[in-house]
Design a protein around this ligand. Structure first.
Ligand code: ATP
Length: 681
């Protein structure tokens, strides 16, 4: 019996909340978030431990924390302006202002019941339960809201908080111009910790369903500086990966926590089944309406979106790699975050200027498992995380020049997203044309928003009075998204199709490898032996497809089943080739830079050691992972040489802030090999 790859995953166990009191709070310069650093929310991690404090003379409470769950009552809804009336007309049947009768059918009440049930078992409130009000084949977009604490600028201006919470599902905007109440699946108040957001947002259900073959999407939406990246990745985005281990565990956002949970679940599942799971990852960003690969930024040209009946919209030629360990995935996340276009402006020192999309595909061959059909199938669940760029008012952010172009593109694509959400949430318009094609973002989110996936939206808002209009607008968007219904289906494909597709990809990779090697003056390569990997036997394959016949054994057994070894072998070849090609592209990029440098003006320093066949030999990684899990030391993340350790080396050299890579202005990193540092003489 072949070994399942998931048995080799090395997991970082997040310690239980009771053990976290000793964790250190990061120092100011580490965190890059000035007054947030010692926020009590990051010290107290016990979920549902605090209660909203009643305010004298006010029937609502300022947004502070998650209290015990209660059925929301809506008697106190105020409609004080024409604006509110417009909102009522726009927001669809689940608008809170339509009253308890419609809302009692919504998932917020169901969630309360689930929470009560699960609190006795200590389980997460939203683990696997589908929204009961929609029937087994429907799923509503789940919407949670996170309110960030006031930032330094807002505090210095003595701004007041205009967001007030009531129970755990309602939030009221009490601003100078608006008085409006909303209800959502969950509201995370300013003191909510990263851990609470992970446990109560519903992300675990998405992870579980993606393992079961559904397409699950989690996206963060909100004004610039409202806390999207903080919530999704952690404080400072990529910086979280450079923090002390204890800080990391404490401050990691939803994505790394979900990745940890995914691997925990896969490990559990691998005890129940002998059929291995395969994990395939891609990471891209949409920057100025152009798609760029975040794992492989050396491929600097914009990628194209294509559409197919089978796959819907997809990014053509996007780098996809099979991974085996959680660390590999975290490393890809870190590298991708480092490669994202960032800028500093009036509203956020570390503003993301692009929409980033991390896609984790979970494949499993399911033939024989409960199927009567002799056709062999592969289940292809997907977990997608989208950190959207923030909407921004130019007169407040003071963006100019290049940043202004970025802002316009961001606002335009978010407007299209809003139009699609509006149309999808309206039962009449939904049947008509949905303008997905109007932006790249909506094309890529089409399946998640109006298709067969399940979706979680995290709306991030600032409580400050200066953000009244933006916060209200975000809450309106979120309120509409709540009404979108999807019809989730498990995504499967015949094993034969999957094999054929993989074979095509491997052939392309071999051609690419052949060309790259030729350009670098290297001999055509052969694939390293595949021992100790997913394959039982080794293979020696010429890299150039035209020079090789089909080496994969597609013979079938007496029942017409394809050999499991074949699919493992193709996937392994795919993984090895993608890694080698990535190295070669970087190498080629470096050589071309060296050729362009004028003597005497600059010197190229290569931080990366030269590529060797050993680097891609999977047994090396295997050794590292093994020693890591044996030592049981959570402080040392295992890093593949091709990924983030190189960035760390470069960045550590410039701790004094003189790094030419410092992000003080817009600095898209694509096309620039971050391992190559320019040193002026
Ligand atoms: N809940 C929170 N608790 C503490 N600090 C927070 C919280 N949310 C956001 N912050 C801090 O606020 C600042 C801005 O947050 P972040 O960069 O995540 O915003 P954003 O919505 O991603 O902005 P942009 O759209 O411009 O990229 C960061 O320094 C971040 O650490």
């Amino acid at each position: 019996m072949p070994k399942s790859p998931v048995e080799r995953y090395s997991l970082i166990e997040l310690p239980p909340s009771s053990n976290q009191n000793h964790l250190q709070i990061p120092s100011k310069d580490v965190l890059m978030t000035k007054h947030y650093d010692s926020h009590p929310s990051e010290r107290d991690t016990s979920p549902r431990s605090r209660f909203p404090q009643p305010q004298p003379g006010n029937n609502t409470t300022p947004i502070k924390s998650r209290g015990p769950r209660s059925i929301p009552s809506f008697e106190s809804v105020e409609v004080s302006s024409l604006e509110n009336i417009n909102d009522l007309q726009q927001d669809g049947p689940n608008s809170v202002s339509r009253g308890l009768q419609t809302d009692i059918n919504s998932a917020s009440v169901i969630d309360w019941v689930i929470a009560q049930k699960s609190s006795s078992t200590g389980d997460s409130a939203y683990r696997n339960d589908p929204p009961e009000d929609l029937g087994p084949d429907k799923d509503r977009v789940r919407v949670v809201v996170r309110v960030r604490p006031m930032n330094n600028r807002e505090l210095e201006r003595n701004e007041r908080s205009i967001l007030h919470g009531e129970g755990e599902n309602s939030v009221t905007v009490q601003g100078a111009q608006h008085n409006r109440r909303f209800t959502f699946d969950t509201i995370f108040a300013i003191e909510s910790t990263q851990e609470e957001v992970f446990h109560y947002s519903g992300i675990k259900r998405l992870v579980d369903m993606s393992i079961d073959g559904y397409i699950a999407t989690c996206f963060a939406y909100g004004q610039t500086g409202s806390g999207k990246t903080h919530t999704m990745i952690g404080p400072g985005g990529a910086n979280i990966f450079r923090m002390d281990e204890n800080v990391r565990i404490k401050c990691f956002g939803l994505v790394p926590r979900a990745i940890n949970y995914l691997f925990q679940r896969l490990r559990e599942k691998s005890q129940e089944t002998t059929t291995p799971y395969y994990i395939r990852v891609s990471y891209c960003e949409i920057y100025n309406e152009q798609i760029h690969d975040l794992i492989n930024p050396a491929h600097s040209q914009s990628l194209q979106i294509r559409g197919s009946v089978e796959d819907g919209f997809y990014v053509e030629n996007l780098f996809q790699t099979y991974i085996e360990t959680m660390d590999e995935l975290l490393t890809i996340l870190e590298e991708g975050e480092l490669n994202r276009a960032m800028a500093s402006h009036n509203l956020n020192d570390t503003s993301s200027r692009s929409h980033a999309m991390l896609s984790i595909q979970i494949e499993q061959d399911i033939s024989g498992e409960g199927t009567t059909s002799t056709e062999q199938m592969t289940r292809q669940g997907k977990l997608i995380f989208v950190d959207l760029a923030g909407s921004e008012k130019v007169k407040v952010s003071l963006s100019k020049g290049k940043q202004l172009t970025e802002t316009n593109n961001i606002n335009k694509s978010l407007l299209t997203l809003g139009t699609c959400i509006s149309a999808l949430s309206d039962p009449v318009k939904r049947a008509g044309h949905i303008p997905y094609r109007d932006s790249k973002l909506t094309r890529l989110l089409a399946e998640s928003l109006g298709g067969h996936g399940i979706t979680l939206m995290i709306a991030c808002v600032s409580p400050a009075s200066s953000c009244e209009n933006e916060s209200l607008s975000t809450l309106r968007y979120a309120n509409r998204a709540k009404n979108i219904e999807n019809a989730p289906i498990v995504k499967t494909d015949s094993k034969e199709n999957v094999i054929n597709r993989l074979k095509r990809e491997v052939r392309k990779l071999k051609d690419e490898n052949y060309e790259l090697r030729q350009k670098l003056g290297k001999e055509p390569s052969i694939l390293p032996k595949l021992k100790n990997r997913n394959s039982d036997s080794g293979s020696q394959t010429s890299m150039h497809s035209s020079a090789s016949s089909d080496v994969y054994d597609t013979r079938q057994d007496s029942q017409g089943r394809l050999s499991g070894t074949t699919t493992r072998k193709i996937r392994t070849d795919h993984e090895i080739l993608t890694r080698e090609n990535e190295k070669l592209v970087r190498k080629l990029d470096q050589v071309m830079r060296e050729q362009q440098v004028q003597p005497g003006s600059k010197q190229i320093v290569n931080q990366d050691k030269d590529y060797t066949e050993q680097d891609i030999n999977p047994s090396n990684t295997q050794r590292l992972v093994k020693s890591y899990s044996e030592s049981d030391d959570m402080s040392e993340l295992v890093r593949r040489p091709s990924y983030a350790s190189r960035y760390r080396t470069v960045r550590d050299r410039y701790q004094n802030g003189t790094s030419p890579q410092r992000r003080t202005t817009t600095m898209p990193r694509r096309g620039q090999d971050p391992t190559v540092v320019e040193v002026r003489r």
